[in-house]
Ligand binder design. Structure first.
Ligand code: RP5
Length: 160
């Protein structure tokens, strides 16, 4: 069983999704990755979402650029939470993807992270899983404590 499903519209998005995959690995979360487009391979995308849900998946992350319909299409096909990740590409540098993903019509929400915010997409998925996994919740707390400690260290270095 894979808890997180990661899908991207093109292999050209992979460099951004790498940060997502890295954080999922860091927290030892089970996941699967798919390249599938809402426009170029619609049926294949829908089949993958259905199979992911059927095998017990809990959260989906969908990254896409330009007219980024992938997260919305995925969200329409499932009641699982969907995290949308706008990718910087094309003439509008990801602002088009951000607007397409964040402006979902009422009824079919997509939890949207920032442009190229692959790491936050992964962390948000982990936070969702942590609501029913106390061990993961403790790991997240430790992760945040480490972040805070690093800022303390940097601050100290500046004072010296
Ligand atoms: C989107 O179009 C993809 O998510 C990608 O960000 C963008 C360009 O795709 P390619 O032409 O590089 O395959 O569907």
């Amino acid at each position: 069983m894979n808890s997180v499903g990661v899908v991207m519209g093109s292999d050209s998005d992979f460099n951004v999704l790498e940060a997502t995959i890295k954080v999922l690995k860091e927290f030892n979360v089970s996941f699967e990755v798919k390249v599938s487009s809402a426009h170029r391979t619609l049926e294949r995308t829908l089949n993958w979402v259905n199979a992911f849900e059927a095998q017990g998946g809990q959260v989906l992350i969908a990254g896409a650029g330009m007219a980024a319909h992938l997260p919305g299409v995925v969200a329409a096909a499932t009641t699982l939470p969907v995290i949308g990740l706008p990718i910087k590409s094309g003439a509008l540098d990801g602002v088009d993807a951000l607007y397409a993903i964040v402006q979902m019509p009422p009824g079919i929400p997509v939890a949207t992270v920032g442009i190229n915010a692959g790491k936050n997409a992964g962390l948000l998925a982990i936070q969702i899983l942590a609501q029913t996994d106390s061990h993961l919740k403790e790991e997240l707390k430790a992760y945040r404590q480490k972040m805070a400690a690093e800022i303390e260290t940097k601050d100290q270095a500046i004072q010296e």
